[in-house]
Design a protein around this ligand. Structure first.
Ligand code: ADP
Length: 576
C-alpha cells in the first residue's frame, strides 16, 4: 500500500503531535493513487472543497453548468481511454441530473464513476426533511451497473477501488459512489488513514475464450459462402486496432462498421460494405459480431432485414449478451483484444477465403447506391436555402483534410445524414448518440474529447439536439478548448416549417441564431448560408484552435420527422 502524504493539520497532545487528514483529502488521495487525472463536475454542497482540493493537488477539474453534461463528458472520457471517467455531483437534484449520464454510460458500456455528495444519513433515512434530502443510493441502483455507499471515511479507499474496478472490468458501465457529507468531513489520523488506500492492480484483466470456441468460429467462417463482420463500438473501445485490421484483411471478409466503429478501419477501405449495408445484412450467411449487440440498431437480427438462415458468431465480454435476440451459433466470450489475437493466431493461412462473387455483389450494390446518392449530393451543393447535404459536404471535405479531428454528432436528420456523409479515417474519433439514440450528449462528449486528447473537435449538431447542452459553450470558452460547434439549423425539431393551429408556435418550432450565444462567452461566431461559407468558416475556426460556433442556416423544409427512425413515432388517427 502507498502512504498518503501527511497533512498540515495537527492536534497537540500530551505525547507526539498527530497529523490529521479528512474524508475530502482521502478521496483526492485515492483518485490520484489510481492515476485519475481529470474530474468533470458541478460544485455545490457538500463537494465544493473536494473540487478545490482536487485542483490544487494536481487533478484537472472541469467545471460544468449542468451535471448531465459533466456525466456525459466522464462517460466519453471512459470510452476514449478505457479508464473510468469521474463525474462529481452535489446531493439530490445535482445527483439526479448526473444520473442521465450515468445511465447512458451503462447503456453504452462506457466506464465511468459518478461520485456524489449526499445529505446526512440519520436525517434522510428517517425522512426528517434535510437539505436536499434523498435516498440517492436506492435511486442510483436502478440506473447503474453498480451502486455503493461509503459510510466511514476509513472505507473511502476501498469504495473508490471498488467503483473503479467495477466500472472498467467485465462489461464496462457506470458506477455510482455515494459519499455523505459527514464522511467527507470525518477527521482521521493521517498515517492510519493512508494505510486504507490502495491502487487497483490490472483494472480490466484479460478474459480469454476457450480455444475450442475460437476454432469453432474459424471453421464456421471458413465454411461460409457469404461471411460478414459487423464492427461495433465495443471493438473500437478495445483498442485492438492493428489486430482487428490484420484479421479483417488477412481473411478478406467484408465488414460493416456501426457508427462509433467508423474509422477503426478507414471508411474508404476496399472491404467496407457500409454503402451496401442492406444487402450485406440480408444476404450474409455467417456473421461475426465484434463488439456489437443485436439490438434495435441492428434490427434485432430479425428477417427481413437479415437473412433468416444466418448463423451468428458473437464476440462479447458479457456472456449474458449471447442469445439476447437470436440464437448464437458460436459464443466467443472474452475481451476483444484477446479474442482477436486468438482468431489471428489460430487461423491457418488460406483457411478463410471469400468467394469473389460475394465481394462483387456487394461492390455492385455499393456502386449503385453511391451513384443514386451522387445526384442528391450534387443538387444540394447549389440549393438555396442551403440543404443539410450542402453544409455536410463542406464539412466532409474540410474534415477529410484534418483526419485527426474528433467528430461528435447528434440530432435526427443531422445524425443520419452526417453519419453517412462524413468518412472517418482514425479509430475512436467519432462519438454520437449511441445505443439510446439520445440527444444531449453533444457538448459533454465534445469537451471530454478535447480535454482527454488535446486534439480539435468538431461537434455536428442538429439545432434541437444542441439545445440540451448548449450552455456548456461557456465551459468550452472558459477553458479555451479547441471545439468548433457546427449547428445545422433548420429552425425546428426535425424540420422548421410545421404549421401551428394556434397563435403559439408549433410544438416542433425553434428559433435561434446560435452564433450570438458563443459571442456572449468570448468565442468566435459564424453565420453561414452557403456550403462555401460553411467550408471557409470551418477551415478558419479549426486553424485558430479556439472555441467557435458556425450557425448553418438550413432550409426549414429540409428534414424528415424523426430522421430514419420515423417508424418508431406513432402518428395516431389524425397524423400526417
Ligand atoms: P454498437 O452500438 O456499436 O453496435 P454496442 O454498444 O451495441 O455497439 O455493443 C458493444 C458491445 O461490446 C457490448 O455488448 C459490450 O459488452 C461489448 N464490449 C465492450 N467492451 C468490450 C471488450 N473490451 N471486449 C469485448 N466486448 C466488449
Amino acid at each position: 500500500m502507498t502512504l498518503a502524504p501527511m497533512r498540515d493539520a495537527e492536534v497537540a497532545s500530551t505525547d507526539e503531535p498527530v497529523a490529521l487528514t479528512d474524508g475530502i483529502h482521502l478521496v483526492v488521495d485515492a483518485l490520484k493513487l489510481n492515476d485519475v487525472h481529470t474530474i468533470y463536475g458541478v460544485v455545490g454542497i457538500p463537494i465544493t472543497d473536494l473540487a478545490r482540493l482536487a485542483q490544487s493537488s494536481g487533478l484537472r477539474y472541469i467545471g460544468f453548468r449542468h451535471e448531465s453534461d459533466a456525466a456525459h463528458a466522464a462517460s466519453a472520457a471512459g470510452f476514449l481511454t478505457q479508464k473510468p471517467g469521474i463525474c462529481l455531483t452535489v446531493s439530490a437534484p445535482g445527483f439526479l441530473n448526473g444520473l442521465v449520464g450515468l445511465a447512458n454510460a451503462t447503456t453504452n458500456c462506457f466506464p465511468m464513476v459518478q461520485i456524489s455528495g449526499s445529505s446526512e444519513r440519520h436525517l434522510v433515512d428517517l425522512q426528517r426533511g434535510d437539505y436536499e434530502e434523498m435516498d440517492q443510493l436506492a435511486a442510483a441502483r436502478l440506473f447503474a451497473k453498480a451502486a455503493f455507499r461509503v459510510s466511514r471515511a476509513e472505507d473511502i479507499g476501498r469504495g473508490i477501488a471498488r467503483a473503479l474496478r467495477t466500472a472498467a472490468s467485465g462489461r464496462p458501465g457506470g458506477v455510482y459512489l455515494d459519499i455523505p457529507a459527514a464522511v467527507l468531513g470525518e477527521v482521521l489520523d493521517a498515517q492510519e488513514a493512508a494505510k486504507t488506500l490502495w491502487k487497483v492492480v490490472d483494472l480490466a484483466p484479460k478474459q480469454l475464450p476457450g480455444a475450442d470456441a475460437v476454432d469453432a468460429a474459424i471453421s464456421l467462417l471458413a465454411g461460409a459462402e457469404r461471411p460478414l463482420i459487423v464492427l461495433g463500438k465495443g471493438a473500437a473501445y478495445a483498442q485492438a486496432d492493428a489486430r482487428i485490421r490484420e484479421f479483417v484483411e488477412s481473411t478478406g471478409i467484408p465488414y460493416v462498421p456501426m457508427s462509433m466503429a467508423k474509422g477503426l478501419l478507414p471508411d474508404d477501405h476496399p472491404q467496407s460494405a457500409a454503402t451496401a449495408r442492406s444487402v450485406a445484412l440480408k444476404r450474409a450467411d455467417v456473421v461475426l459480431l465484434l463488439g456489437a449487440r443485436l439490438n434495435w440498431l441492428l434490427g434485432h437480427g430479425d428477417a427481413p432485414q437479415w437473412n433468416p438462415d444466418a448463423k451468428f458468431i458473437q464476440v462479447d465480454i458479457s456472456s449474458a449478451e449471447m442469445d439476447s435476440n437470436q440464437p448464437i451459433a458460436v459464443p466467443l466470450v472474452g475481451d476483444i483484444a484477446s479474442v482477436v489475437d486468438m482468431l489471428v493466431e489460430r487461423t491457418t493461412s488460406g483457411q478463410i477465403s471469400v468467394a469473389p462473387g460475394w465481394r462483387e455483389e456487394l461492390s455492385a450494390k455499393s456502386a449503385s447506391n453511391v451513384a443514386k446518392m451522387a445526384g442528391r449530393l450534387e443538387a444540394a451543393l447549389t440549393a438555396q436555402p442551403m440543404k443539410f447535404l450542402g453544409a455536410l459536404q463542406s464539412i466532409r471535405d474540410v474534415l477529410a483534410d484534418n483526419p485527426h479531428v474528433y467528430v461528435v454528432n447528434e440530432g435526427a436528420n443531422a445524425l443520419d445524414l452526417a453519419r453517412n456523409t462524413i468518412g472517418m479515417q482514425v479509430p475512436r474519433h467519432r462519438l454520437d448518440s449511441g445505443t439510446w439514440g439520445v440527444m444531449g450528449i453533444g457538448m459533454g462528449y465534445a469537451i471530454a474529447a478535447a480535454v482527454e486528447s488535446g486534439q480539435p473537435v468538431v461537434a455536428i449538431e442538429g439545432d434541437s439536439a444542441f439545445g440540451f447542452s448548449g450552455m456548456e459553450l461557456e465551459v468550452i470558452c472558459r477553458y479555451n478548448l479547441p471545439i468548433v460547434t457546427v449547428i445545422l439549423n433548420n429552425g425546428g425539431v426535425y424540420r422548421g416549417d410545421d404549421p401551428s393551429s394556434t397563435a403559439d408556435p408549433a410544438p416542433t418550432a425553434l428559433r435561434a441564431q446560435h452564433e450570438y450565444m458563443i459571442k456572449a462567452f468570448g468565442g468566435k461566431g459564424y453565420h453561414a448560408t452557403t456550403p462555401d461559407e460553411v467550408a471557409t468558416a470551418l477551415r478558419e475556426a479549426l486553424a485558430s484552435g479556439r472555441p467557435a460556433l458556425i450557425d448553418c442556416v438550413i432550409d426549414p423544409s429540409d428534414g424528415t420527422e424523426s430522421g430514419n427512425i420515423a417508424h418508431l413515432n406513432p402518428k395516431g388517427i389524425s397524423g400526417k
